[in-house]
Design a protein around this ligand. Structure first.
Ligand SMILES: C[S@@+](CC[C@H](N)C(=O)[O-])C[C@H]1O[C@@H](n2cnc3c(N)ncnc32)[C@H](O)[C@@H]1O
Length: 274
């Protein structure tokens, strides 16, 4: 694989994209499924702009705390300024591929939409995170499956291009279009027990669509065009025409688009005391 290290979606509007696209109700439902409750110490691994961390902090009150870590200085600066002033949420710059031992131990470790950006290192990241669990603590992985590819009815040329695009993001940018289906094996290989899986509709668009959802998808398309511009050489009208046509597709009330989010949790055995 070509080495193009760094976060695929990085750009100056990423904090805003994450803030706008995050659905607090969905995060709460997912966090409840994970077992997050008052009094816990939770790690939000790859916390992004901090909005999810703030929601988790709310859910562990009274008495709980949440630590958010992300390798982007920009994300953490934004998170501290917008969500880090309550004394119950801490943010640190950390790369999940490096040692995280100084963060201490956690009742729950939550990692949402992060493994998909670390295809090669995902199994190691999961094992490393499992080491930070208190005995009886749960590791919770949340990620998308068959990412960006479930649309009907796309013009065939656009459908072909989207498939080629995702293939290249996987191959050249360490992305993982199929992260969701791999979560169970990661948790299994980390020797966790009481493993549970579930799935949610992360996107489910039919009929009208909200502007915030179009904004999110438009940002994804812009990112793809800026990174893999050559893919659009054969597309009539190039990347500009693709973006406009995809935008029209999204606003078309006949269109059907969905993305499946997989959730997987596993418990650290009580017997594995250090
Ligand atoms: C799509 S955002 C998800 C943010 C948040 N977890 C959520 O659920 O909305 C992915 C985040 O993971 C971070 N990230 C990706 N790989 C990372 C790594 N190896 N170490 C630390 N952070 C990472 C990125 O910087 C980015 O902020």
């Amino acid at each position: 694989m070509e080495d193009k290290a760094g976060y695929l979606m990085d750009n100056e509007e990423e904090n805003i994209r994450l803030d706008i696209k995050t659905d607090p109700e969905a995060v709460r439902t997912q966090a409840q499924w994970c077992g997050i409750r008052p009094g816990m110490r939770v790690l939000d691994a790859g916390c992004g702009a901090g909005i999810t961390t703030a929601i988790l902090t709310d859910m562990v009150q009274p008495g709980g705390t949440v630590v958010g870590v992300d390798y982007s200085k920009d994300r953490i600066k934004y998170a501290v300024e917008n969500y880090g002033r309550d004394g119950k949420t801490q943010f640190h710059i950390r790369d999940l591929r490096r040692d995280l031992g100084d963060l201490g131990q956690f009742d729950i470790i939550w990692i949402r939409f992060v493994l998909e950006y670390n295809r090669v290192e995902s199994p190691d990241i999961v094992k490393k995170l499992a080491e930070l669990l208190k005995p009886g603590g749960y590791l919770c992985l949340l990620d998308l499956d068959y990412n960006c590819l479930n649309h009907y009815e796309l013009p065939p040329q656009m459908d072909r291009l989207l498939h080629r695009l995702m293939e290249r993001l996987d191959r050249e940018y360490n992305f993982d279009t199929y992260a969701g289906r791999k979560l169970y094996s990661y948790v299994y290989d980390a020797d966790l027990e009481d493993i549970r899986m579930d799935l949610f509709a992360h996107h489910l668009f039919y009929g009208s669509i909200e502007d915030k959802d179009v904004f999110n998808w438009t940002k994804k398309a812009e990112m793809a065009a800026s990174r893999l511009g050559d893919l659009f050489d054969d597309y009539p009208g190039g990347s500009k025409a693709f973006s406009e046509e995809f935008n029209r597709f999204l606003y078309d009330p006949r269109r059907f688009t969905y993305t499946t989010m997989m959730l997987c949790k596993g418990r650290k055995p009580f017997s594995r005391l250090k």
